[in-house]
Design a protein around this ligand. Sequence first.
Ligand code: ZN
Length: 447
Amino acid sequence: MINRNFVRCKVCSQSYTLRIYVTSLNEVRHSFFCYSCAQPISYRITKRAGKLFLRCENNCAKTRHEGMVVNISTEFPIERDIVHTDKIFPWLLLMQKAMEQNPTQTKEWVEQNARVPPASAKPKDFLQQEVEEATRRRVDLKDHWKFVDTAWSLYNDGKGDECFQYIEKNFKKLGYENHPHPRELIGDFLKSIGQKHAAAAYTATLDLWADAWKKNPQECANLIMYFYKRDEFTRTLALMHNVCSNYMLHFDELMQLQWFYLLNLQLTDGLILGSNNFESVRGFYGDTFERYSELLYMPTAIKNIVEGRSFDQLKHIDLETYSKSEKARRIENLKELPRLDHLTSPFDPSIRNATHHARIEFDKKALLIALKKGTKSKERGLTYVQYIDHCNRLFQAYVGLFLFCHEFIHGLENSFGLAHSLGVSLGELKINDPEFELWANRGQADT
Ligand SMILES: [Zn+2]
C-alpha cells in the first residue's frame, strides 16, 4: 500500500508528493534532504487502524498541492533513478529483483508468506483486513523493546525481585504462556531482531565450539569456568544492553535494509534510502565496534583449543595480554579462519577511526560518506546505504556472538545446553574445582 502525502520545504518552498510505502511499525520518524536547497526535512508516520498519518516535524508543512514525487520505503532502498517516478510500485520492483537474483528462495518465501484473498472479498476490504491482520500478528518491535529494556535494566542493576515482578505483570502481552526468565526474555528479543547475519555468526561460533569440544572437552570446560568465575556474562549483558539500546534508539534509520536481508539481495550501486539522517547514526558504528571487540576473546579462546593449545594461549601471547591489546587488532587472529567470515568481515577499523576522530565528511546531495586519511588508513568513500549496511552487519555479528555466550551460560545452567547437545555430560569431566561441581549441578536452581 502506498500512501500519498503533500508537503513543502519551509526554506525554499519546493513542494513534494511523498509516496510512502506502508511500514510494519506503528510509528516511524524519517528525514531526507530537500532536493532543491539540501536542508533536512523530517516527518513522522503513524499507523492507526490500518491508515497512515504523516506529521511534519522539521522544516516542512503540509500542502494541498502535488509536487516533486519522492518514493519512500521505510524498510528497503530504492533505485535512485526511479525515486521521482510516479505510478510505480517499489514493492513489486523489489520482489521482481528478488526473483531475478534468488528465484528458488524467493518462490519459497512467497509460498510461505503470501496470503490469497478469499474469492468473496472485495479487493479494498481485503487490503484493510490484511493491514489489520499484519498489525495484530506482529508485535511492534519498538513496543516490545520498551518492555524488554525495563526488565533488562532492572536485571543489570541486580534488582532481581523487581525484575521478576515486572515480567510477571506483563509477560502475557508479549505472547508468553509462562513467566520467562529475564535472560530468556533478552535472548528471545535478540533473536527477533537478529537476521541472517546474526544467525550465520552464531552458527559459525557454534561450529567452532563443536570442533573444540571434539578436540579437548576438558579445556572447553576450563573456558566455561573462566567465563563463569569472572562473571563475564554479567559484564557482557550490560555491554550488550548498551548497544541494543543504541540500536533501538536509531531503529527507524537502521532498519531500512531489512527486506534486503530477508530476501538475501545484493546491495548494488545506485540505491538510496528513504531516510538519510547520517548525523543520528554517525557514532553507531564506532560505539558498536568498541563493545564487539571486547567479546572477541570468546571465539579467540575457542580457536586456541581447536589449534591444540589451552584456551588462554594464543600463538604468541596469552589471553590476558590479548584482552588488553589494541581493539582494532583483536580481529587479526580470527581472520586466519575463513569460516569465521561472518564475524570478521563487518569489523572495519577504518570506519571506526574515521567516525570516532571526526575524519569524515557527508555529502548531502550525493549521499556519500568520505572517510578522510588517518595515520594508518587511506582516504576512501562509501555510500550511505553501504554505511547503514556496515552498521547492521556489525550489530548482527555482535548479536550472533552474544547469543552464543547467552547459550553458553543459560543453556548449560538448564542442563540442555551446548555440552549436552554434543552428547557429552559435564559430569563426565574430571574437574577438581568445587565451584564447578556446584555450578554444573545446579540445574534450574538459578531461576
Ligand atoms: Zn528546500
